[in-house]
Design a binder for this molecule. Sequence first.
Ligand code: SF4
Ligand code: SF4
Ligand code: SF4
Length: 183
Amino acid sequence: MPKAFLIDTTRCTACRGCQIACKEWHDLPAVPTKQRGSHQNPPDLNPYNLKIVRFHEHLDERGRVLWNFFPDQCRHCVKPICATMANKAVPGSMIKDEKSGAVLVTEKCREMDEVGIRTVIKSCPYNIPRYDAEKKMLVKCDMCIDRVQVGLEPMCVKTCPTGTMAFGEREEMLTLAKKRLAD
Ligand code: SF4
Ligand code: SF4
Ligand code: SF4
C-alpha cells in the first residue's frame, strides 16, 4: 500500500534538523548564502536543498510578530502531474513506485530537452522540481527511497524531534491526521 507523509505544522519549531538531515543523507554540498532579513535560509528549494523549512513572519492585529513554519518538500502526489508531463517529453523519465507511492526521477530524464524540463517544473502545483545543471537532470525529494525500501523511515522524519513529521501507510496517516485535528 502506498505510503504518505503527515506534516503537523502546529508542532514545528523550525529547528531545521529535517532540512540538514536531507542534505546529509543525499550527500549534498553546502551552498553560499547570506542573511536576507529572514531566518528562512536558503531562500528557496534548489538542486542542493530538496527540503526547506519555510518561515512566514507576519504581524497580528496587536502588532506582534507571529511566525509560522512549514517544512516543504515533494508531496508524492497520488496522481503526479509532473510524471505525466515528464513521460510525455521522455517516456520513462519519471515513475511512481507502486509499492511506496514515491514519485521518482529516472536516469532517462537526462534525455529531456529544455522545453520538457520547463514544462515539468511548471506543471507541479507545489513548485518542487529543480534543474541540476551539473547532473543535467531534474531533482527533487525522492522519499529517501533507499531507506524506505529496507523498512526505514525517510531521514527527515527520523530526525524530527517534535513529532511534526510522521510517515507510514497512507490510510494510517489519514487516520492520524483526523485524530490530530480532533485533539
Ligand atoms: Fe506532486 Fe510536484 Fe511532487 Fe510531482 S513534484 S509528485 S506534482 S508535489
Ligand atoms: Fe529529503 Fe528524504 Fe525527506 Fe525527501 S524524504 S525531504 S529526500 S530526507
Ligand atoms: Fe520542524 Fe521537525 Fe523539521 Fe525541526 S525537524 S524544522 S521541528 S519538521
